[in-house]
Design a binder for this molecule. Structure first.
Ligand code: COD
Ligand code: ZN
Ligand code: ZN
Length: 376
């Protein structure tokens, strides 16, 4: 392309400091270096984690920063030694990389790539420099994705090539929310046909867990949320019951045990709160239930609970980005979408032009959106 090897000036949303929502600016994006790829982002969803950075709740972040990690786009140019994609390919950025070489990538049971942000918190490219500048200042990267920019640069490990026919303004959700929730049910819990499930939190992630439970053949799927506006969509996607803790005087775990006899076979926490994590564990079935933690509580939180809850046969497990090895899993998930086996389209409650990103953040904070997709 005519822009290959050159600095590109384009729109991006910069968070200048914690406590500010992203502001749309003109930024300069340097060309990709060795093993890097520059991508034209076509569509990007807003995830709660992006807001955590805006609010200042995400650990280890340097500002100014460009966030965004749930997107789809087209390769504009590639740096030296890139082999996995070429200009023009449709791609999804990976907020958890798959380098293919580290101990986690070589372990079939783990997707926690040791080069990723969880193991090595960093706001810069692997060579410790940034490709972004704005108003003469260096701007930091986020999760090696920074998709709230019309053009962004990412390492080869953080990109998956997808079907040329995929609609980018829809499949962007595979980059985070849908894959996180759907995989928690399918891969982490391995929900079985005929089982009972409880999902705490009916945001985009919780609703994707519901879709996973339904696909796996669960017979009863109970959604729990304090915002009853979420119930209609949860039922449309497969929840058989929806309840609000605010409608009961007794603890919600007691309500769930009474509803199911001994508790649910699988409980999921998709809120990111310590109290609901303990409630989810206590709602799982005595002797055989599994509780899956999906939501990330504020940094520094400590989980405490009566150990008898697990000594009596319950299992407590965690799920990280749906336990997918994303580089190899995303092309298949997108194929399943193209073959109409899975369909997260219903999660998209709003589609806005990129310039209206502040409105997208307001919708998220007001609990009015499930997923807001921004299109460039
Ligand atoms: N009881 C019941 N429901 C509640 C409560 C409560 N006390 N508090 C909030 N809720 C509900 C809200 O009304 C809302 O409907 C829902 O919980 C949360 O939904 P959202 O829309 O805010 O968030 P999601 O679904 O987009 O994501 C939530 C997670 C907590 C899963 C997410 O922020 C997270 O922590 N992800 C895990 C970490 C991870 O995998 N990160 C990868 C990159 S993001
Ligand atoms: Zn996310
Ligand atoms: Zn790795």
């Amino acid at each position: 392309m005519a822009t290959a090897g050159k600095v590109i000036k384009c729109r991006a949303a910069v968070i200048w400091e914690a406590g500010q929502i992203p502001s749309v600016e003109e930024v300069e994006v340097a060309p990709p270096r060795t093993h890097e790829i520059r991508v034209k982002i076509v569509a990007t969803g807003i995830c709660r984690t992006d807001d955590h950075v805006a609010v200042g709740l995400f650990p280890g972040i340097s500002y100014p920063v460009i966030v965004g990690h749930e997107a789809a786009g087209i390769v504009e140019s590639v740096g030296p030694e890139v082999t996995c994609v070429k200009p023009g390919d449709k791609v999804i950025p990976l907020c958890v990389p798959q380098c293919g070489e580290c101990a986690s990538c070589l372990n079939p049971k783990s997707n926690c790539c040791l080069k990723g942000h969880v193991c090595q918190p960093q706001n810069l490219m692997p060579d410790k420099t940034s490709r972004f500048t704005c108003r003469g200042k260096q701007v930091y990267h986020f999760l090696w994705t920074s998709t709230f920019s019309e053009y962004t640069v990412m390492p080869e490990a953080s990109i998956a090539k997808i079907d040329d026919a995929a609609p980018l303004e829809k499949v962007c959700l595979f980059g985070c929310g849908f894959s996180t929730g759907y995989g928690a049910a399918i891969n982490s819990a391995k929900v079985e046909p005929g089982s009972t499930c409880a999902i705490f939190g009916l945001g985009g992630v919780g609703l994707s867990i519901i879709m996973g439970c339904k696909t796996a053949g669960a017979s009863r799927i109970i959604g729990i949320d304090i915002n009853k506006d979420k119930f209609a969509k949860a039922k449309e996607l497969g929840a058989t019951d929806c309840i609000s803790p605010n409608d009961f005087t007794k603890p919600i775990e007691k309500v769930l045990v009474e509803m199911t006899g001994l508790g649910v076979d699988y409980s999921f926490e998709a809120i990111g709160r310590i109290d609901t994590e303990v409630a989810a564990l206590a709602s799982s079935r005595l002797g055989s239930g599994t509780c899956v933690l999906v939501g990330e509580p504020p940094s520094g939180s400590q989980l405490t609970f009566d150990p008898r809850l697990i000594l009596t046969g319950r299992k407590l497990i965690g799920s990280f980005l749906g336990d997918w090895k994303l580089k190899e899993a995303l092309p298949k998930l997108v194929s399943d979408y193209m073959n109409r086996c899975i369909n997260p389209d219903a999660l998209i409650s709003h589609t806005l032009p990129f310039e209206k990103i502040a409105e997208g953040f307001e919708l998220l904070r007001a609990g009015k959106s499930i997923r807001c997709v921004l299109v460039f």
